[in-house]
Design a protein. Structure first.
Ligand code: URA
Length: 231
């Protein structure tokens, strides 16, 4: 029996077995009723499949893909290599379609919940390009917390002006379109947005846009220990 809890879809495993391209424990498996469980050695078409209880993937998101599990267009899930396929995968939070950079994808709901919980104030840093020059006073405005006439307010954020029309912004919440809205409040339009840090984890320079890799145990531990960073 293929374990119900196994993170890989049963139908995928069965399909690969029927196709004769599945190896279990190093041997070709032709038996669709074969037992497969967490930690077992599984290869499909020569590619080792991760059968750990949970999987933690770091993706360098390119522009033009949607941060969702399903969409009419291309999603971040479509970028993952087959060895990372499993049921229950979802992106940890959202980046806009035109935003690039670091994105975690996992099937561990508790882990994602801890990182996304507003209580935990996990820091995220973005490199931003704007359509106009950035007034210096925005640094103080961001630090006070950007507020809107309708009463909405974002928590204090760190703004570092890195060029005439470029900046680095660190926020500790993750509201919808937050960075774009913060600049729009002062009449500036974000023309490029790239997330470079998520919870202390930096974007891996060796990952081209669209590429992904598993988190190391050390990275996973450092994310687990993330908490309560104020700007
Ligand atoms: N803020 C935005 O405006 N967009 C993103 O994708 C992330 C943060």
């Amino acid at each position: 029996m293929i374990s119900d809890n196994l993170p890989l879809s049963r139908s995928l495993i069965k399909k690969k077995i029927f196709q004769g391209c599945a190896k279990l424990g190093g041997a070709v498996c032709k038996d669709p009723s074969a037992a497969v469980d967490f930690g077992d050695e599984v290869t499909f078409e020569g590619v080792k499949i991760n059968t750990d209880r949970f999987i933690y993937i770091l993706l360098n998101k390119p522009k033009g893909v949607v941060c969702a599990t399903r969409d009419n267009g291309k999603t971040v899930m479509d970028l993952l290599p087959p060895e990372f396929y499993r049921k229950g995968l979802f992106p940890v939070g959202r980046l806009d379609k035109d935003t690039t950079g670091i994105l975690l994808i996992t099937d561990d709901g508790d882990f994602a919940h801890r990182l996304l919980s507003p209580k935990n104030h996990v820091n995220k840093t973005y490199e931003v390009t704007l359509d106009k020059s950035i007034p210096k006073y925005l640094t103080d405005e961001f630090l006070r917390g950007v507020s809107f006439s309708d009463g909405r307010r974002f928590m204090p954020a760190k703004l570092e002006i890195t060029g005439e029309t470029s900046a680095r912004v660190t926020i500790c919440e993750g509201k919808y379109h937050q960075i774009k809205l913060m600049f729009a409040r002062y009449g500036l339009t974000v023309t490029q947005l790239k997330r470079t840090v998520f919870g202390g984890l930096k974007l891996d320079k060796n990952l081209q846009e669209g590429q992904s890799r598993l988190l190391t145990n050390c990275e996973l531990k450092s994310l687990e220990n993330q908490k309560f960073h104020n700007i």
